[in-house]
Design a protein around this ligand. Structure first.
Ligand code: FAD
Length: 324
């Protein structure tokens, strides 16, 4: 049986996403004595990204470079990665449960005629078996999965499995692989980026989320100010998005993003079950709400009962004075 665990790397603007390093740590949990092989796709040189994967624990990295891989398409990337999988015959494959991971991995699993454990939050060994833990019913329960046959294929939720320490003394081979990417059925003509939202929401270690109580687009400015001071990302409830106070890309919850930061500050959010589905696994939850009966306080570790328009400026002021 193969000893290889393949880790599919993912970059944004040429920089590897942190979940790639977490996937390497996950690969080592799946097969502690295995060879961790990274795979990277792109149009430009991938040497620096490959080195980073090695510093974070990959033993070897295979790169596929082709101008058709400049932007992600499931068509192009699945062709490139399938070719690597066919050559390497890995025992397991790991990728981040990101927008790209969610799009690409089911397609690869179908091509390989294998199963997929998606959105794992932990990996343990029990009685000699590798057990994957994943949330179900919008995070209200967890299930354990064991793969009994075929390739062990898994996506991991960002911010749950700790990456290994970066170690620049680590060395490994970087191998360029030629893959003949046939004509793509989807061609990306232009990528129009939204104005930078600062820290990436799904990988942020601190998230400041605003609800309908924020009342306006301008109201979110104080949340951005607080986020800047804490190095945090800003998110929102669907109530705030529906009201047009912020973009839907900030929505957290059952039909939005799922986040697991170290610190989640919910400001003027009632705590509807659909919102909790996206944030209840955060490590520390702080809620600011003027209603002491608000459901959000049932899951909060710390609660501030008060008017956000008084509490948030005070927090900003206090944090600024600490930074001086
Ligand atoms: P509200 O419920 O209106 O709560 C506002 C809160 O602010 C209240 O608790 C109030 O006490 C407090 N408040 C008011 N003024 C102040 C003040 N000045 N200072 C402090 N606190 C104040 N919701 C999501 O968030 N994410 C999802 O992904 C999502 N998916 C959904 C999917 C489906 C199928 C459905 C049916 C619903 C979904 N929802 C989702 C909507 C969800 O049910 C709630 O309607 C929504 O989360 C409410 O947003 P909110 O908490 O901001 O607003």
């Amino acid at each position: 049986m193969s000893n290889i665990v393949l880790v599919i790397g993912e970059a944004q603007d040429g920089v590897l996403r942190n979940v790639t390093f977490e996937a390497i740590a996950a690969a080592k949990k799946i097969k502690s004595d295995g060879e961790v092989v990274g795979v990277l796709c792109g149009a430009q040189t991938l040497e620096n990204q490959a080195q980073e994967m090695i510093y974070y624990g990959a033993d070897r990295v295979v790169t596929v470079t082709d101008e058709k891989l400049e932007n992600y398409t499931s068509d192009g990337y699945s062709q490139a990665i399938t070719a690597v999988i066919e050559e390497e015959s890995p025992a397991a494959i790991v990728m981040g449960h990101t927008a790209v991971g969610k799009d690409l991995t089911p397609k690869l699993a179908a091509k390989l005629d294998t199963g997929l454990v998606s959105d794992a939050t932990d990996i343990n060994e029990e009685d000699g078996e590798v057990v994957f833990i994943r949330p179900i019913y919008s995070g209200k329960a967890f299930e354990k999965k064991v793969i009994t046959e075929g390739i062990t294929f898994v996506t991991i939720r960002p911010n749950n499995i700790k990456a290994l320490e970066r170690d620049e003394s680590r060395t490994g081979e970087v191998q360029a692989k030629d893959v003949d990417i046939t004509d793509l059925r989807t061609i990306i003509k232009e990528v129009i980026r939204k104005k930078s939202e600062g820290v990436d929401l799904s990988e942020a270690s601190v998230v400041i989320a605003g609800g309908r109580a924020v009342k306006s687009e301008e109201g979110f400015n104080s949340l951005y100010e607080l986020a800047d001071l804490l190095g945090a990302a800003v998110g929102a409830s669907r109530g705030a998005c529906d009201a047009g106070y912020c973009d839907y890309s900030l929505q957290i919850g059952q039909t939005g993003k799922v986040v697991t930061p170290d610190l989640y500050i919910a400001i003027g959010i009632s705590g509807a079950i659909q919102h909790l589905a996206g944030m209840s696994n955060s490590k520390v939850i702080v809620a600011i709400n003027k209603d002491p009966e608000a459901n959000i306080f049932n899951i909060a570790d710390y609660g501030i009962v008060g008017d956000m328009f008084e509490v948030v400026p005070k927090l900003v002021e206090e944090l600024k004075s600490l930074k001086v």
